[in-house]
Design a protein around this ligand. Structure first.
Ligand code: MN
Length: 201
């Protein structure tokens, strides 16, 4: 399927006359972003570029740097590549309404191998439900796995690998809450939009 075809669900859910979110973008290689999103429930959106789109998972607690912490990751629709830098406030009447900031971003390398030890391309690794990669971000680095659990596609786990970047004492989602692009917090971003601090529903 083309990148445009993969973005059909993303585009169907949004009115681009109303939301400031991007509608497309050109592939730029193996990049990732983790967005903090104050939707009806606060969560982190973990996105990896593969095949011209951003493969996406909603991670309620965000990534951990502790290999002993498995974080639930719920697949969401493919997003356009230009979403890597998207930060702002989605109107409340739009899908996913609420403030978004880029909590971390950088490049990644695919480290997925098959039973025979050979590299597995990202798209295949994702459809197999077992992806292994190394991140090079500003807050998060080193190896992680995304593993599908169960038979349906609704529950995955994001797990830190036990490497030199593993650190059970770090808790970057609470100690480093601000954007890596603007330095702003979610509250500051929603205040910029003129909405002030919004009540959590
Ligand atoms: Mn989200």
């Amino acid at each position: 399927m083309s990148a445009a075809g993969r973005l059909e669900e993303y585009r169907r859910k949004r009115d681009f006359r109303s939301t400031p979110e991007p509608s497309g973008g050109e592939s730029r290689g193996q990049l990732f972003a983790i967005q903090k999103h104050d939707a009806s429930r606060l969560h982190y959106d973990f996105r990896l570029e593969a095949d011209g789109v951003l493969k996406s998972w909603a991670v309620p607690k965000g990534p951990s740097t502790d290999p002993g912490e498995k974080r639930l990751a719920i697949p969401t629709e493919d997003h356009p590549v230009d979403y890597l830098e998207f930060e702002g406030t989605i109107p409340e009447n739009e899908y996913g309404g609420g403030a978004v900031l880029v909590w971390d971003s950088g490049s990644y390398t695919n480290q997925t191998t098959g039973d025979d030890g050979r590299p597995v391309p990202m798209a295949d690794a994702i459809s197999n439900g077992h992806v292994s990669f190394s991140l090079s971000g500003q807050k998060i680095s080193g190896g992680y796995s995304l593993i599908r659990t169960g038979l349906d596609d609704t529950r995955w786990l994001l797990i830190k690998k036990d490497d030199k970047h593993a650190d059970a004492r770090r808790n970057p989602t609470s100690t480093e809450p601000e954007s890596v692009i603007s330095g702003l917090t979610l509250t500051e971003i929603s205040e910029q939009a003129g909405g002030g601090e919004r009540a959590h529903s």
